[in-house]
Design a binder for this molecule. Structure first.
Ligand SMILES: [Zn+2]
Length: 559
């Protein structure tokens, strides 16, 4: 396919233009704030940790190393902060999030880990007290730890304190509503079951218990007011704060789950403050034209319209990951590619690559990974663009797929926290040979391939420390593999930090001078209260983020 030259206009911003901007800032604003952190450990680009100090301004990292030398070089106008024993890392970059979905979760009550009826009610009561302005009590529950007992309105009526309540089971196939919500929905003793759903009733009285199955859930769900744009903006800002609290300086956000119109929500939320989380947005592959048009418009400095994302397959848990050979537990099943028209899909990816935007393809099974690599190989061989070509998840490849990732444009975007849930499922569904290559992070790194880490929030915890610990220990949640699930794929903490910081910072259309602690780099920093590189690996998540800085400005101070 011949490509018109206008599709090559989106060249990454060059380092020299960034430098020019920085110099202008220093000349024009001599009194810009400078910060010096001393008595800290510094995570160096070679993966070692050094004791010393670091000074930075909104323009760059001014100096780091020996405390006295740093003080001298930094000069006056310094805010000096002593952080005895803290660890300064290049800022965490989450390479795979869904911010708006996560933002919604922040205003919902999470009852998935609740172990008793009493705890269930108490948590709702406390949540209502903590969130007086929210009109509905929404959230999720699981009965797995409740010993199979199902919640009903008797658990929630008093605790919800007069507010309507609607809580879905984690699998979204049933929900519990309280008396107020059922009143709003008009559900009573004589309400018939809707087709495809059931209103569970007390066998003695015939009164609805509050439990609604399948389509009966919509009776209440349809009555929940949708959020206004300004509420969504506020939620997104809350999500930025949450991200700063867990040490994130940037995220690679996948936007396709939201509506394209929600771009304005991002725009408004991101332009309200100059300093803060940087959001590299990826939109659906189908929206490539809209993305290219949006790139010509002025955008807030914190918003980077980065690229597109496409789906090749589903997930292992739902047997929709696309495999080369049948599933071990079901020999008739190989999963399904979720591509309507492979030819059109391939063309779409090629156009996106040629247009200079980042391409991210969701591929979990080995067949899906192989298909993504085939298209990417063509893009590289034919010189279509220069931006990163990423495989999201990269969970269950074969040996040949691991080897094929060794190219500077290719990135395996892995969410190590998912392996904590997946270990048992993978053994059962893939069998031992294929399961042994699941999440092959060490094999990839040993071959010099680029690995970047992310959380997949809201599906998993946003906290990067959870992902770091998962990559270093590989101990699953069910503790079926206490010594680590395929421990030969464990990596060192320095390698894990690199995947969540320096390398992740490069997997974007516009690589900034950021991601490493060296002079002249942009000061995106995450400061932990302790040195996680020297403590037992299963204690990593015990560390606390005490400071987050983006572009040299402290955006979170949790000391
Ligand atoms: Zn995701």
């Amino acid at each position: 396919m011949g490509l018109a030259p206008e599709f090559c206009i989106l060249n990454p911003e060059t380092f020299s233009s960034l430098r020019a901007r920085r110099e202008k800032k220093i000349i024009g604003d001599k009194l810009e704030e400078q910060t010096l952190l001393e008595d800290v450990f510094l995570f160096m680009p070679d993966g070692s940790t050094q004791r010393g100090a670091i000074a930075f301004s909104p323009s760059e990292i001014i100096a780091l190393g020996d405390k006295n030398a740093v003080r001298e070089k930094a000069g006056k106008n310094l805010r000096i902060i002593s952080l005895s024993g803290a660890l300064v890392l290049p800022g965490f970059v989450d390479a795979h999030t869904h911010l708006l979905a996560g933002a919604l979760q922040l205003i919902r009550v999470d009852l998935r880990a609740v172990k008793s009826r009493d705890e269930f009610s108490k948590k709702i009561y406390a949540w209502v007290k903590d969130n007086p302005t929210l009109p509905w009590v929404l959230g999720q529950w699981s009965d797995i730890l409740l010993g199979g007992e199902l919640p009903h309105r008797g658990w929630v009526d008093a605790a919800s304190q007069g507010k309507p309540l609607f809580l879905t089971r984690f699998d979204m196939h049933s929900a519990v509503a309280n008396a107020r919500a059922m009143e709003i929905a008009g559900i009573g003793k004589n309400t018939p079951d809707p087709s495809g759903g059931r209103i569970v009733r007390d066998p003695r009285t015939g009164e609805p218990t509050g439990l609604l199955l399948e389509k009966a859930m919509s009776l209440v769900a349809d009555k929940i007011p949708s959020l206004t744009d300004s509420q969504k903006v506020q939620l997104l800002k809350n999500a930025f704060q949450h991200a700063h609290r867990v040490g994130l300086t940037a995220v690679h956000d996948v936007f396709f789950q939201s509506k394209w119109e929600d771009l304005n929500i991002y725009r408004t939320a991101l332009e309200s403050e100059e300093a803060g989380l940087r959001v590299h947005l990826r939109v659906s592959l189908k929206d490539l034209d809209r993305l290219l048009a949006a790139l010509k418009e002025p955008l807030p400095g914190r918003l980077i319209m980065d690229g597109v994302k496409g789906f090749i397959d589903g997930t292992l848990g739902s047997t929709t990951a696309w495999l080369e050979e049948p599933y071990a537990h079901n020999p008739r099943e190989r999963g399904i590619p979720c591509i309507d028209d492979p030819k059109e899909f391939r063309e779409g990816v090629r156009w996106a690559a040629a247009a200079g935007v980042t391409v991210s393809l969701h591929a979990i099974g080995d067949a899906a990974i192989g298909f993504a690599q085939e298209i990417y190989r063509e893009c590289i061989q034919q010189g279509l663009g220069k931006a990163p070509l990423r495989i999201e998840h990269f969970q269950h490849p074969g040996e040949k797929h691991i080897a094929a990732m060794n190219h500077p444009r290719l990135f395996a975007s892995v969410q190590p926290a998912h392996l904590l849930d997946d270990a048992s499922v993978a053994e059962e569904r893939l069998g031992p040979r294929r399961a042994a290559l699941s999440y092959p992070i060490k094999s990839l790194l040993d071959r010099g391939c680029r690995v970047i880490f992310g959380s997949d929030w809201d599906v998993a915890d946003l906290n990067p420390l959870v992902g770091l610990q998962a990559a270093v220990t590989r101990v699953d949640k069910a503790n079926r593999f206490p010594g680590g699930w395929h421990p030969e794929q464990r990596i060192g903490i320095a390698q894990a930090i690199d995947a969540y910081t320096s390398t992740a910072a490069t997997a974007t259309r516009i690589p900034r001078r950021a991601g490493k602690l060296t002079e002249g780099m942009e000061a995106n920093l995450t400061v932990l209260d302790r040195d996680i590189t020297t403590m037992p690996a299963d204690h990593i998540t015990k560390a606390k983020v005490i400071m987050t800085a983006v572009g040299g400005r402290v955006v979170y101070d949790g000391r």
